[in-house]
Every structure is written in C-alpha cells, then in structure tokens.
Design a protein around this ligand. Structure first.
Ligand code: SF4
Length: 360
C-alpha cells in the first residue's frame, strides 16, 4: 500500500480567519439546507453548525435572491462563508462583492474568457480562494468520451484542466475536491490527485446516504483517504440535519488524532461483569463532552476488573463498582464516589481538565 503524506506539503490557503492546508489539521465544513435567500433561517442554521464545531460553512447560490442575501448573512455569522455557484459568473461576482470568504465554482464551466477573468480578478482583489469541485457525476463530456465512464484519471484530468485555467491567469489561491459517491472511485481519485496537485484538497464522499448508512460509508471512504495523509478539509454529505455532518466529521477526525479541539469518549463494549447502567451513562457523557473544545480522552467502563488498566490512555474516567464508581486517571484509581453522583463528579473533573487546557 502506498503511503502518501500530502496534507502538510500543500500550499496554505486562507478562508476568512481559517487556514486550509500546509499543516496537519483538517478543517470541518458543512453546508446549509435552508433557502439561502431566507437569511433568518440560514443564519440560525449556521449558528447551530458553528456551535457543533463547524469551522467553515457553505451556502448554495442558485439565483440572484441568494446572492443578494450574502452580505446580510455574513454580518450575522462568525465562521467563514463559502458561496457555491454553478456556471453563472454574475452570481459569482455578486457573492464576492457581498463578502464571500471563498467561492466554489469550476472556471471551465463559466464560459467566455472575459467572464472567467472577471471572476478571477474579483477573487484576487478580495484575496479569496476558489474551490474547484470535480464531481464524478458531472464530468465534462469530452472526458466521458475519452474514458468511457467516470474514472479516477478522468476526474483528475478534469481538476487539472480547471486548475490550469486559473494558473494561466496567475491565480493560485485554490482548493480542489474530487467527489464521487462510489468509495473505490473516490479513494483512487484522491490518491492520484494528491500526487499531482499541490493545492489543499477538500474531501467528500458525495450522496453518501442517510445518517446511519452515510456515516458508515463516509467513514470507510474518508478514513482510507485520511489514513494516507491526504485531505486538508472535509465535508460529510448526509441526507440529514447538517449538524449531524459536523458531529460525524469531528468523530472521524478524532479517530485519526486530527481534531485538536474535541474531547473523545472511550466506553467499554459491556459484558456480564457490568456493575452500572453503562449505556445510558456513556450516552450522557458523550452528549456532555460535545461542548468541550479540548483534546481530552474520557473513559466510561462497566466494571473495575480490567477497565482502568485497559483505558490507560484516558485522561479521566469512571469504572462501575458495586454501588459506587471508581474515578481514575491514566489507569490509576484516584478515588471512590457514590454511584448517584459519579457522573456529576466525572463531569467536574472533565471541566477541570478542559480549563487547564484552555489556560495553556
Ligand atoms: Fe466487561 Fe468490565 Fe470490560 Fe466493560 S470494562 S467489557 S464490563 S470487563
């Protein structure tokens, strides 16, 4: 299996106050599901996404009304805003003028040279990047004719074609995505792209499905790609509340040690030795640590037989004992607490650790 470490070698691109690429961090993105012209609903959704840990948000810009809403949306949100445009260069210009921190448009689809130049010049003037979004489902006709069907090579060729248009205009503030709904195709396309493209890569498995199936599919595909060191930003695409996309992205990045601002839960699979109502406690603790913005590992174990030792990497944890809970740190038991208050005690310890981290 080839090992590619592409992430840190990419050219950093600034999106508002967030850097994408050039470092071993993967930025979490999501996309709103509201009508963009409905400013109130869109802003409300963006606030929920932000609260969940979304670092960059994208809105669709299908028409003039949506483009007109950009300045007002920008005013009311705190995270960088990406505006997604298909074909229409006037909407792109309007979005850039309205304060977009990045636009997603494929330059090869804009049309006449002067229109492309107008968009590129506007992006240059504002210092904002352009994401080229290649999608296996909408490849250019000449590539489909050449390759017969969407292949990884066809996708990379499409990306290189759009990149060249921008580079010929001396524009290098670029992010590239190569999305496919087929996991094998996506993995192959991203691997090939990472070898040929020095710009940061935006990852995604498109149309991955509903919350459960889409989570598994995205984790399988993006996990394979992330494990090779590819990808500087990602969006999980689910037919679900976009807040779920952010939660899944966070969890996925935590699995690879790529989230520096989120706590992780370690919980035992339970067995006949269980001494506490572990499943509901684990869910409660998981919910609680959603809001902790520090890389703390918290363990919840059903018994004290092997638990604390096995969960040695946990910064803090509880293990059930008869009628009480054993609080432990890095595998060592630090004190016993009555069962009724053990979850509260654990939460207090988590808060303390988080506080120490924030003050560092
Ligand atoms: Fe079983 Fe205890 Fe291990 Fe949980 S920690 S799986 S209850 S032995």
């Amino acid at each position: 299996m080839s090992t590619i470490i592409h992430r840190k070698d990419t050219r950093p691109v600034r999106v508002g106050n967030v850097m994408i690429g050039g470092k071993d961090e993967v930025v979490i993105q999501s996309m709103t599901t509201t009508k963009t012209h409905d400013v109130e609903a869109t802003v409300k959704e963006i606030h929920r996404l932000e609260e969940a840990g979304c670092q960059v948000v994208r809105v669709a810009c299908p028409d003039e009304r949506a483009a007109d809403a950009i300045p007002e949306i920008k005013k009311q949100i705190n995270i960088p805003l990406v505006v997604d445009i298909h074909f229409d260069y006037r909407l792109a210009l309007k979005a850039i003028e309205g304060g977009a921190d990045k636009i997603r448009i494929n330059p090869g689809n804009i049309g006449k040279r002067e229109r492309i130049e107008a968009v590129v010049n506007a992006a240059k003037a504002k210092g904002i990047p352009i994401r080229i979004g290649v999608n296996a489902g909408s490849l250019e006709r000449h590539l489909l004719e050449k390759y017969g069907y969407p292949t990884a090579d066809a996708m990379v060729e499409s990306a290189l074609h759009h990149i060249k248009i921008l580079e010929d205009l001396d524009f290098h503030n670029i992010v590239v995505s190569l999305k496919a709904s087929d996991v094998h195709l996506a993995v192959e396309a991203y691997e090939k792209a990472a070898q040929e493209i020095s710009y940061p890569i935006h990852l995604g498995i498109t149309e991955s499905g509903t919350l459960f199936a889409g989570t598994v599919k995205s984790a399988a595909g993006l996990g394979a790609i992330l494990s090779k060191g590819i990808g500087s930003t990602l969006r999980i695409s689910l037919s679900a509340d976009p807040v779920e996309e952010v939660k899944v992205a966070k969890e996925l990045l935590k699995s690879f040690g790529l989230a520096s601002n989120a706590a992780t839960l370690i919980s035992c699979p339970t067995c006949g030795r269980i001494e506490i109502d572990l499943i509901s406690i684990a869910n409660e603790v998981e919910e609680y640590i959603q809001n902790i913005k520090a890389p703390i590992k918290v363990a919840v174990l059903g018994c004290a037989v092997n638990g604390p030792g096995e969960a040695r990497e946990a910064d803090i944890g509880i293990a059930g004992a008869r009628g009480e809970g054993l609080l432990f740190r890095h595998g060592e038991i630090i004190r016993k607490v009555p069962e009724e208050i053990m979850v509260d005690e654990l939460k207090k310890e988590v808060d303390k650790l988080a506080e120490e981290h924030y003050q560092k």
